[in-house]
Design a protein around this ligand. Structure first.
Ligand code: MRU
Length: 350
C-alpha cells in the first residue's frame, strides 16, 4: 500500500506555535515559530497560514499564547483581555466559519474558568483538541469520499483544500489521498487560483510531494476543459455552509459549479461540520474583500496601468442545487436541505 507522509501545517510545541509559512511555498518549506499571539494574527492576515480549518486552529492557538502572556493574577482582567484578543482574531478574516467556531469554543472555556492557572491549561487542552479533531474529521472525509473516485478519473479542484489548509490531510484532497493510498490511478488538474495562486503554489506542491499526477490550468480554462470532456469530477472545499445549503468557497467556485452542471460533471464539496453555519443563510455571509494591490501586482510588479483599481472578492457563493453531494466527517449528504444538514450536525429539527 502507498503511504503518504504529511508535514504538520500548524502545531503547538514546547510553548511555541510552529506553522508552515505558506507564502514561501513552493520554493521553500519554511516554518514560523512564535510565542506571540500578535504574530499569529499577522500570519492569518498576511495569509502565511490560510484555509478555513487551519485559520481556526491558528486562532485557537493564538488564544493559548495570549492566555499565557496575560496570566498575571487577576482572573477577570485576564478574561477581559482575552475577549479583546478574540475579537481581534475574529476580525482578521470574515468568511471562514471555522475561525469563528474555534474562537467561540475557546471563549466558552474562558467564560467557565474559575482560576487563572487552570484557565491557561484548559485553553491549551481545548485548542489542541480542536487541532486533533480536525485531523480526525479530515481522515473520515477521506474514507467517505474515496469511494467516489475511480481508476482513470481526472479530477478538477480549485484553491487549496489540502493538508496545508487544515491540520492534516485536507478536506477536498483527503478523498484523493485516501484513493491514492489504496492504489487507485487518477490525475488532478489544479486551477491556478488568481491572485494568491493557492492552486499552483500549494495544491500542486502537496500533490506532487504525495506522488499524485497533477497539472495546473489557468482559472479561465475551466470552460474549455469541461467542453473537451477532459474533467470527469470536481472536488472543492468550503469556508462556510449555511443552513439553506449554500457554500462560500474560493472565488471561482461558483462559475466552476455552473459549468460542471452544464457538462453533467459531478461537483463534490468536502468540509467538516465545523464549517457549518446553521444560524445563517447565504444572504448573511460576509464575503471578504482583500486589498486591490493583491490583484494589481504580481511578485512586486504592477501588471495594470497606474490609477486603475481592481475588484477583489476572495470568495463566492454556490447554491445547493449545483452541488452533487456534500462530504463530511459524518458521511455523504446527497440531499442538501436544512433538515439533512441539521441531522448531520447533530441538531434535530430543521
Ligand atoms: O483564502 P484562502 O486560501 O484561505 O481560501 C481557502 C479556500 O477557499 C479553501 O477552499 C477552503 O478554506 C476550504 S479549505 C479546507
Amino acid at each position: 500500500m502507498r503511504k503518504i507522509s504529511f508535514p504538520r501545517t500548524i502545531e503547538l510545541v514546547n510553548g511555541k506555535v510552529r506553522l508552515i509559512n505558506q507564502l514561501k511555498l513552493p520554493h521553500k518549506l519554511e516554518y514560523i515559530e512564535t510565542q506571540s499571539y500578535g504574530r499569529i494574527i499577522k500570519a492569518i492576515k498576511k495569509m502565511e497560514v490560510r484555509g478555513a480549518p487551519a485559520i481556526g486552529i491558528a486562532g485557537a492557538f493564538a488564544l493559548v499564547l495570549a492566555a499565557r502572556q496575560f496570566q498575571k493574577g487577576d482572573l477577570n482582567e485576564t478574561k477581559e483581555k482575552l475577549n479583546q484578543v478574540a475579537k481581534e482574531i475574529m476580525n482578521t478574516r470574515p468568511t471562514a466559519k471555522n475561525l469563528h467556531w474555534a474562537v467561540e469554543r475557546i471563549l466558552g472555556i474562558i467564560r467557565r474558568s474559575e482560576d487563572e492557572k487552570s484557565l491557561v491549561m484548559e485553553v491549551e487542552r481545548e485548542a489542541k483538541k480542536i487541532a486533533l479533531e480536525d485531523e480526525e474529521s479530515n481522515m473520515k472525509i477521506g474514507f467517505h469520499g474515496e469511494k467516489l473516485i475511480k481508476d482513470g478519473d481526472v479530477i478538477l479542484t480549485i484553491c487549496n483544500a489540502g493538508s496545508l489548509a487544515t491540520s492534516r490531510y485536507g478536506t477536498a484532497l483527503a478523498p484523493l489521498y485516501r484513493a491514492w493510498e489504496k492504489g487507485k490511478e487518477f490525475e488532478v488538474v489544479a486551477l491556478e487560483t488568481r491572485p494568491y495562486l493557492q492552486g499552483s503554489r500549494l495544491t500542486a506542491f502537496e500533490l506532487k510531494e504525495a506522488g499524485i499526477p497533477v497539472k495546473i490550468a489557468t482559472d479561465n480554462s475551466m470552460g474549455v476543459l469541461m467542453e473537451k470532456e477532459m474533467i470527469n469530477k470536481v472536488f472543492v472545499g468550503a469556508d462556510r455552509i449555511t443552513r439553506n445549503g449554500y457554500i462560500a468557497n474560493k472565488i471561482g467556485t461558483y462559475p466552476l459549479a455552473l459549468l460542471a452542471r452544464e457538462h453533467k460533471v459531478p461537483f463534490y464539496v468536502c468540509a467538516p461540520t465545523s464549517t457549518f453555519d446553521l444560524g445563517s443563510t447565504h444572504e448573511e455571509i460576509e464575503i471578504e474583500q482583500r486589498p486591490e494591490n493583491e490583484v494589481l501586482y504580481i511578485g512586486g510588479w504592477r501588471i495594470a496601468p497606474e490609477k486603475v483599481g481592481a475588484i477583489y472578492f476572495a470568495f463566492d457563493i454556490t447554491p445547493p442545487r449545483l452541488i452533487t453531494a456534500l462530504i463530511t466527517e459524518k458521511g455523504i449528504i446527497w440531499e442538501i436541505s436544512p433538515k439533512s444538514l441539521n441531522k448531520v450536525a447533530g441538531k434535530e429539527g430543521g
